[in-house]
Design a protein around this ligand. Structure first.
Ligand code: ADP
Length: 674
C-alpha cells in the first residue's frame, strides 16, 4: 500500500515537475555558477579604468551570459556602478537584469519588485522601448508565478506597443511567452474542465479533446496562432534562436497532447536547425525532451531514452549548465530504472541530488529521496533474485555432483563386479588346472603302478617257462616222455598267457600314445558277433557253456572293426573264464537314439561290489584266475574301455556275486554320432 502511494505521488509530481521545467527552460534561462568564472570576469572588469566603458563591458558580458548567479552578481555591480556615475538608463537596465535573474531563481516577488523599479526608471526617462520591454519581462515573471491573467495583461500591453513599432524580434519574444502562458493554462491549469487527468498521462487519444470541446479547441487554436506568429517574426529577422525556442514549445505541445511520434519528429527537426546554425544553447533541452519521450509512460523505449539523456548531460557539461545537467540526470535514472538497472539508476539519482542545491525544494528532495529508497529496494530485489538464482545453481551443482558421484560408484561397482567375475573365472580355471594337475599326477601314479603290476605279471609266466624248461631238460635226459608232454603243455600255457598279456599291453600302449589310428566303418554287427562267437565256440563247448546271441534284426554300427573285435574277444573270453560249466552266455544288441547298446550277459561267479568299483582303475589289481584256472591279465577291461570310448561309446557293468555279470557298451550306429 505504502509503495503504491509513493508511486502515485511520484507520478503526479513528476509530470508537474516536468511541465514546469520544460517551460522554465524554454525561456532560455539557465544557470551556470562557478565562483571561478565570476572571479575571472571581475578581474577583466576591474582592469578597465573608465567607469562608463566598464558599464558597457558588463552589459556585454551579461548579454552572452546564461549563469543566473553571475547575472545577479554582475547586475548588482553594474547597478552600483551606474548609480555612481548617475547613469539612470544603465540603472534601469541593471534592475531589469536583476529582476530576470530573480525570476530564474523562482523568487517572483523580488523579480517583480526589481522589474517595477526598472519600469519606473524607464518611465521617468520616458524611454517607452524600455518600459515595454520590462512589461514583457513582467509578463514572463507573472507567467512563472502562475498568475496568467496579469501575465497576459502585461504581454498584451507590450504587444500593442511593439506591433506599432514593428519590432519583429520583440514581437517574436512576446508571442512566444503568450504561447507559453496558454500552454500552461491548457496543460497545468483548467482543472475545472475535468480533463487535466488526460494531460497528466497523455496517450494516443489525448489530442482528440481539442476536437470534442469548443472551449479547448479555442485555446489550442490560440496557442497555435501565437506559436506561428512567434516563428514568423523570428524568421523575418533570421533569429533562429527564437525559432528554436518556439519550435520547442510546439514539440512540447505534441508531447503533452499524446502525439508522441509528431513530437519526436519536431524535436529531430529542431536538432537539424541547431546543427545547421550552430545554435547549441537549447541542445541539452531538446535532447532532454527526446529522452523523456522515450520513457515507459510515452514511447517506452528506455534504451533510447538513456542514450538521449546521456547526450543531454554531455552537452550540459560542455556548456557548464548545471540545470540541464540536473535535468539530464533526472531523466537518466528513470531510463535506467525502466531497464531494471537499479544500481546505475541509483548512481544517476545521487547525481541529481548532488545538483539539487540549484533548485532547493523540500518537496523535490522528498520525492528524490523516496525514489532513492525505491531504487535501493529494487536493487535489493535484484540481489535477492540473484542470490536465489545462485542458491539454485548450488542446488543443481550439488545434485549434478551427487549424480556423477553415483554414476562413478556405479561404474566402479560394475568394474568390480566384472573384476570379481574375472577373478572367479580365474579361480575356477586355477582350480581346474589344479584338478587337472592332480588328475595327471594320479594318472601318472596309476601308470607307474600299472607298469609294476604288468612287469610282475610278465615275470610270472617267463619265470615259470624258465623253471619248467630246466625240469624239461632233465626229463629229456631221462627220456621220460610222459612227463615231457606235461611240461610242454605247461610251457605252452605259460607262453600263451605271456603272449596274450603282451599283445593286450601292446595295443593299450599304442592307444595311450595316440599312435593307434581309428578307422571307423559301417559294420554289420550281427556278422561281427557271429564271427566272434565262432572263435570261442570250441572253448565254450569244452567248458559246457551255452554261448549264444539273440540278435535277429540286422543292426549296423559305425566302428573300427579291429577295435570292436578286440572288445568282443575280451568280453566273451571274460564271460567264459568266470562262468562255471552249464552256465549261459548271451549277447544282445538294441539300437536306441542313434546308438547301439550291446550286452554281454553271463550266469557266472559275478564280481563283488568293491572290485566292481575299481574295475577300470589302472592301479588296482582286479585280475583273478578263471573258474577252470584260466590265466588273467587284468588288462582286458581297461583296453575295452579305452577302445569303446575311442569309438565314441561308453562301457559299464552290472554284477551280482554267484548270479552273473552283464557288461554293457554303446557304439554309434552312424558316422554322425562320432
Ligand atoms: P583278465 O580277464 O585277464 O583277468 P580283465 O581286465 O578282463 O582281465 O578282467 C579283470 C577282472 O575282472 C577279472 O580277473 C575278474 O576278476 C573280473 N571279471 C571280468 N569279467 C568278469 C565276468 N564276466 N565275470 C566275473 N568276473 C569278471
Amino acid at each position: 500500500m505504502a509503495r503504491k502511494a509513493i508511486k502515485t505521488f511520484n507520478k503526479k509530481f513528476r509530470s508537474h515537475f516536468f511541465a514546469l521545467m520544460s517551460f522554465f527552460m524554454a525561456c532560455n534561462y539557465a544557470f551556470s555558477q562557478t565562483d571561478y568564472k565570476l572571479d575571472s570576469l571581475n578581474s577583466v572588469i576591474n582592469s578597465i579604468p573608465d567607469k562608463q566603458i566598464r558599464i558597457d563591458k558588463i552589459f556585454e558580458i551579461l548579454d552572452k551570459n546564461l549563469d543566473v548567479a553571475i547575472s545577479l552578481a554582475l547586475g548588482e555591480r553594474v547597478y552600483a556602478l551606474a548609480d555612481s556615475v548617475n547613469n539612470q538608463k544603465a540603472q534601469a537596465m541593471a534592475l531589469e537584469r536583476i529582476g530576470m535573474a530573480y525570476n530564474s531563481y523562482g523568487d517572483h516577488l523580488k523579480a517583480s519588485e526589481k522589474l517595477n523599479d526598472a519600469m519606473a526608471m524607464y518611465q521617468s526617462l520616458q524611454d517607452q522601448d524600455g518600459v515595454h520591454k520590462v512589461k514583457r519581462s513582467l509578463g514572463e515573471t507573472y507567467r512563472a508565478a502562475r498568475n496568467y491573467d496579469v501575465a497576459m495583461d502585461y504581454l498584451n500591453q507590450s504587444l500593442e506597443y511593439f506591433l506599432v513599432k514593428k519590432d519583429s524580434v520583440m514581437l517574436s519574444r512576446i508571442y512566444n511567452r503568450m504561447g507559453a502562458v496558454l500552454f500552461e493554462e491548457i496543460f497545468l491549469e483548467r482543472e475545472g474542465l475535468g480533463v487535466k487527468k488526460e494531460f497528466q498521462t497523455p496517450h494516443a487519444e489525448t489530442h482528440l479533446i481539442f476536437e470534442k470541446d469548443p472551449q479547448w479547441k479555442l485555446l489550442r487554436d490560440s496557442l497555435m496562432n501565437f506559436m506561428d506568429l512567434a516563428k514568423e517574426m523570428a524568421l523575418k529577422k533570421e533569429r533562429f534562436d527564437l525559432v528554436i525556442s518556439t519550435e520547442i514549445l510546439h514539440a512540447a505541445f505534441f508531447t503533452y497532447s499524446g502525439q508522441f511520434d509528431q513530437s519526436v519528429e519536431k524535436f529531430e527537426e529542431i536538432l537539424n536547425v541547431i546543427e545547421l546554425y550552430d545554435l547549441k544553447e537549447d541542445l541539452p533541452l531538446v535532447l532532454y525532451n527526446l529522452s523523456r519521450l522515450h520513457l515507459p509512460e510515452h514511447l517506452n523505449q528506455p534504451e533510447i531514452a538513456e542514450m538521449y539523456a546521456k547526450q543531454a548531460i554531455e552537452e550540459s557539461k560542455k556548456m557548464n549548465i548545471k540545470a540541464y545537467e540536473y535535468m539530464g540526470n533526472n531523466i537518466l535514472h528513470q531510463a535506467q530504472a525502466a531497464q531494471g538497472n537499479f544500481e546505475l539508476a541509483y548512481k544517476s539519482l545521487l547525481e541529481v541530488i548532488e545538483n539539487l542545491k540549484v533548485f532547493t525544494s523540500d518537496e523535490l528532495e522528498i520525492k528524490l529521496r523516496t525514489q532513492e529508497y525505491e531504487y535501493q529496494l529494487g536493487q535489493n530485489e535484484v540481489d535477492l533474485r540473484n542470490r536465489r538464482n545462485q542458491l539454485w545453481i548450488v542446488w543443481i551443482s550439488t545434485f549434478l555432483i551427487i549424480l556423477s558421484f553415483s554414476f562413478f560408484i556405479y561404474l566402479l561397482n560394475r568394474r568390480n563386479k566384472k573384476n570379481k567375475l574375472l577373478l572367479q573365472e580365474l579361480n575356477q580355471k586355477n582350480e581346474m588346472i589344479l584338478k587337472q594337475n592332480q588328475e595327471l599326477e594320479q594318472i601318472n601314479a596309476e601308470k607307474d603302478k600299472f607298469f609294476s603290476i604288468i612287469a610282475h605279471d610278465l615275470r610270472g609266466p617267463y619265470a615259470n617257462v624258465i623253471g619248467i624248461s630246466k625240469i624239461l631238460n632233465e626229463e629229456v635226459k631221462k627220456k621220460n616222455y610222459a612227463e615231457i608232454e606235461k611240461i610242454a603243455t605247461l610251457i605252452e600255457k605259460s607262453s600263451q598267457k605271456a603272449l596274450e598279456l603282451l599283445s593286450n599291453l601292446m595295443q593299450w600302449s599304442l592307444s595311450q600314445t595316440k599312435r593307434l589310428n581309428l578307422n571307423p566303418e559301417i559294420i554289420q554287427l550281427n556278422d561281427l558277433v557271429s564271427q566272434n562267437l565262432e572263435l570261442f565256440r570250441e572253448m565254450a563247448q569244452q567248458k559246457e557253456i551255452n554261448l549264444n546271441s539273440d540278435m535277429v534284426e540286422v543292426i549296423q554300427v559305425f566302428a573300427d572293426r579291429e577295435m570292436l573285435n578286440t572288445v568282443f574277444r575280451n568280453l566273451i573270453s571274460n564271460a567264459l573264464k568266470f562262468t562255471r560249466t552249464d552256465g549261459r552266455i548271451l549277447i544282445s544288441a538294441t539300437a536306441r537314439n542313434g546308438d547301439v547298446i550291446v550286452m554281454v550277459k553271463d550266469t557266472g561267479i559275478g564280481i563283488d561290489s568293491k572290485t566292481l568299483k575299481e574295475i577300470f582303475q589302472l592301479d588296482r589289481k582286479t585280475g583273478r584266475p578263471g573258474t577252470a584256472g584260466e590265466p588273467s591279465s587284468g588288462l582286458g577291461l581297461i583296453l575295452c574301455k579305452e577302445f569303446v570310448e575311442l569309438m565314441g561309446g561308453k562301457i559299464w557293468l552290472e554284477s551280482q556275486v554267484e548270479k552273473g555279470t552283464i557288461i554293457y557298451f554303446t557304439i554309434p550306429s552312424s558316422p554322425l554320432r562320432i
